[in-house]
Design a protein around this ligand. Structure first.
Ligand code: NAG
Ligand code: NAG
Ligand code: NAG
Ligand code: NAG
Ligand code: NAG
Ligand code: NAG
Ligand code: NAG
Length: 495
């Protein structure tokens, strides 16, 4: 017994020393990480350790890129609870929890597991994910806890932004308060409105930017989120999960999304450029005036090509004309011809739009556009409908209840169609033009048929009408395959 005890101490000491000399990527119950030590992922991509941001003297436990010269922290454990000196220790407690303690063993941060883990092992993966698992668990990817589930301000490739509905887990970004203070700031960015999900940025809980709903190809109002040659995007929405995630086509490219409270507050996508030794900005939302949430009010559409940028949609007028004229657009617009659900409204198609905010929207993946229209017509508070998924020719149904807000015009093929409820009187105008179109169509088709007949018969059919004996009409039909080879048919009419 005593021998075993002695061996344990030996082992512990051995591990202790090996920690200092070799950069390992795991912690087991015998090991710990103190202020001057760190974990390094297997490929050397990420490092976990203690740091002081900017000019701060506080110590935080975090993860940063190992290979680049500019210290770029991607995750912080004790955001709200800094250490004031270098006495912090990261270790596994007796229940298998990963804990950060100070000299007096008070817990500053914990992985807060809901169950006891018998054989815990903590590992910093090459993806930048710090994971805790049971070493005996056959499925090495079933993590009891992972840092990717508790993002700070950064979304790394492979992280999921959004919901695990089974666990009731919502992974969203929150900005650092300041460059030298990683505690949660005023900005958050996450997936909302799970009926028809979209990404929402809030500042002090107020909506600041909405991406528009996910339409199968991308966010309706954010074409820059689409996949491209170096950037793959996954968006999953089902009963278990609703999340956004991305991957790089080339693993050598370092790429991150970061929610940045300075520079007026934005979600930025940056890539590391070796030549310049710095992060290059590739994308930032909100990107312009029209991206700010609800800029033009209800039924107002924001269009950068117009002056002023806010215009009421066709068939709508400012609710408060005077305010609207003095560029206060918050009042939005109202139908020029009031709706009358009883008398029968209809829908007018608008094109090239960012779809409205989906807080009061609803979607069904299996309904057709026709069923969608019928469903919307049934409910007087349903104001618009369209396909919920525009990938592959369009499918599914999205319905909006109540006023439509946060619409902008998106030209260049990435905008969408939206069918908006209008009074019957507004539709008649359309109907008349439709009638005209129908007449033009019929005339066109007839002409085309005649032309076709002429082309097919041209040179081959020769019609002859002879009036031979009185009261008798003979029609001769001659079809010539060549000049000297004709088939002749006769039709005789007796009057
Ligand atoms: C570190 O800070 C803690 C709490 O503020 C204090 O109790 C402890 O004595 C300090 N340790 C050192 C080595 O300064
Ligand atoms: C862990 O639980 C404690 C007590 O419920 C809570 O104060 C703390 O914020 C939790 N820590 C984390 C990292 O969730
Ligand atoms: C959208 O439709 C495409 C093609 O039908 C399908 O492959 C895709 O899974 C759909 N996306 C969603 C989010 O339903
Ligand atoms: C936020 O943006 C500013 C200005 O672009 C930059 O100086 C700062 O380092 C960024 N902060 C983070 C956390 O990336
Ligand atoms: C607002 O502007 C429009 C167009 O410029 C003008 O016709 C209208 O009279 C103005 N209304 C008010 C109340 O200023
Ligand atoms: C979606 O529509 C289909 C077909 O109308 C229907 O069978 C299904 O129950 C609907 N799903 C939901 C969640 O409403
Ligand atoms: C219309 O839809 C709204 C929102 O889904 C719902 O609350 C309301 O009960 C519906 N009204 C009718 C008459 O179905």
């Amino acid at each position: 017994m005593e021998g075993f005890y002695f061996l344990s101490i030996c082992c512990a000491l051995l591990f202790f020393f090996s920690d200092i000399s070799i950069a390992a990527d795991t912690i087991t119950p015998f090991q710990s990480i103190s202020d001057d030590q760190s974990l390094v992922s297997e490929g050397g991509g990420f490092e976990l350790g203690f740091f002081s941001p900017g000019s701060s003297k506080n110590r935080y436990l975090g993860i940063w890129y190992k290979k680049i010269s500019v210290r770029t922290v991607v995750w912080v454990a004790n955001r709200d609870n800094p250490l004031t000196n270098s006495s912090g220790v990261l270790k596994l407690d007796t229940k298998g929890n990963l804990v950060l303690v100070n000299q007096r063993e008070s817990v500053l941060w914990s992985s807060n597991l809901s169950r006891i883990v018998e054989n815990p092992v903590v590992q910093l993966l090459e993806s930048g994910n710090l994971v805790l698992r049971d070493e005996k668990d056959v499925n090495s990817e079933s993590y009891v806890w992972q840092s990717f589930d508790y993002p700070s301000d950064t979304l790394l490739p492979g992280m999921k932004l959004g919901w695990d509905l089974k666990k009731g887990l919502n992974r969203r970004l929150s900005s650092w308060k300041k460059d030298d203070d990683p505690s949660p700031g005023r900005l958050t960015y996450g997936i909302e409105n799970l009926g028809y999900p979209e990404a929402i940025m809030r500042k002090d809980l107020v909506k600041r930017y909405g991406s528009g709903p996910w339409n199968g190809l991308g966010y309706s109002g954010a074409p820059e989120f689409k996949a491209n040659a170096i950037f793959e995007i996954t968006f999953i929405s089902n009963g278990d999960e609703v999340y956004f995630s991305y991957q790089r086509a080339y693993k050598s490219i370092l790429s991150r999304f970061v929610l940045n409270e300075s520079s007026d507050g934005a979600l930025q996508r940056l890539s590391w450029i070796d030549q310049s030794g710095g992060w290059q900005l590739f994308m930032s939302v909100p990107r312009d005036h029209c991206d700010f949430y609800g800029r033009c009010g209800a039924y107002g559409s924001c269009d950068l090509d117009e002056t002023p940028v806010c215009q009421c949609l066709k068939g709508f007028k400012p609710r408060l004309t005077q305010a609207w004229n003095s560029t206060d657009w918050s009042g939005g617009c109202v139908h020029e011809a009031p709706l009358d659900c009883e008398k029968g409204d209809g829908f007018v198609k608008y094109t090239e739009l960012k779809l409205p905010d989906t807080t009061h929207a609803w979607a069904n993946k299996s309904m057709s556009l026709k069923e969608c229209e019928r469903e919307c017509l049934k409910n007087c508070s349903c104001m618009a409908y369209t396909n919920s998924n525009i990938s592959g020719g369009g499918s599914g149904c999205a319905l909006w209840f109540g006023d439509l807000i946060d619409i902008r015009r998106i030209s260049g093929g990435t905008g969408q169609d939206l069918f908006i409820r209008m009074a019957a009187s507004e539709l008649e105008v359309k109907d008349e033009s439709r009638k005209k179109k129908r007449v033009i169509l019929i005339v066109g088709v007839t002409l085309a048929l005649v032309m076709l007949l002429l082309v097919m018969c041209g040179g081959w059919c020769i019609w002859k009408t002879n009036t031979k004996p009185k009261g008798m009409e003979i029609m001769e039909l001659r079809q010539c395959l060549a000049v000297d080879r004709c088939i002749v048919g006769k039709i005789v009419h007796r009057n």
